[in-house]
Design a protein around this ligand. Sequence first.
Ligand SMILES: Cc1cc2nc3c(=O)[nH]c(=O)nc-3n(C[C@H](O)[C@H](O)[C@H](O)COP(=O)(O)O)c2cc1C
Length: 202
Amino acid sequence: MKLLHLDSSVLGPHSVSRQVSAAVVERLRQANPGLQTVYRDLTATPLGHLTGLHLAAGQGAAPEASLRDDIAAGQAVLDEFLAADIVVIGAPMYNFTIPSQLKAWIDRILVAGKTFKYSAQGVEGLAGNKRVIIAVSRGGYYGAGTPMAALEHLETYLRSVFGFIGVRNPEFIAADGIQVGPEHREKAVAGALQAAGSLAAA
Ligand SMILES: Cc1cc2nc3c(=O)[nH]c(=O)nc-3n(C[C@H](O)[C@H](O)[C@H](O)COP(=O)(O)O)c2cc1C
């Protein structure tokens, strides 16, 4: 079984989502001793923003020399995603949604003919055989009925993205209220780490 582990926080060792995503991977590693893990830090080696030249290259045009490495990197992340049985993503909330580094990765894996296709019935997801677990960290609280609920575009967005490619039930572990105060942070991190440790094995 293959696991792809991604992080996208810019806060390095101070990151909550990195701590929680690592705990998720550790839990799954212990539960599945033969697990093969690939790790990608989307902030240490960021992908470029998608441009028209990327799309033209995808249609068969010879890529500009300056883009060749980035196009190869995009192919590599797509191949990693397609090969994975389990995908674990550390996803902090920045300005109400995901970091742009994670969006750049999504732009490389939502590829017609690879992870979804158009058919007479509409869109069909092709990646529904994967288990996706997302470690979310947010500075505030965005639960249903809270004043900030309408500003939640991280979890809702990722549910849409993964649902589009066929992953109907992505699993979320959230650490919320990280910026509200030290006690809130401590409690949220402890709760998320406990949830990570209690994840179903496979
Ligand atoms: C650039 C930046 C933007 C942020 N924007 C938001 C936000 O819109 N809403 C929120 O609740 N918290 C926001 N926060 C707080 C983070 O979500 C919180 O610190 C979280 O722990 C970040 O995850 P990380 O520790 O893995 O980086 C922001 C933090 C940073 C650094």
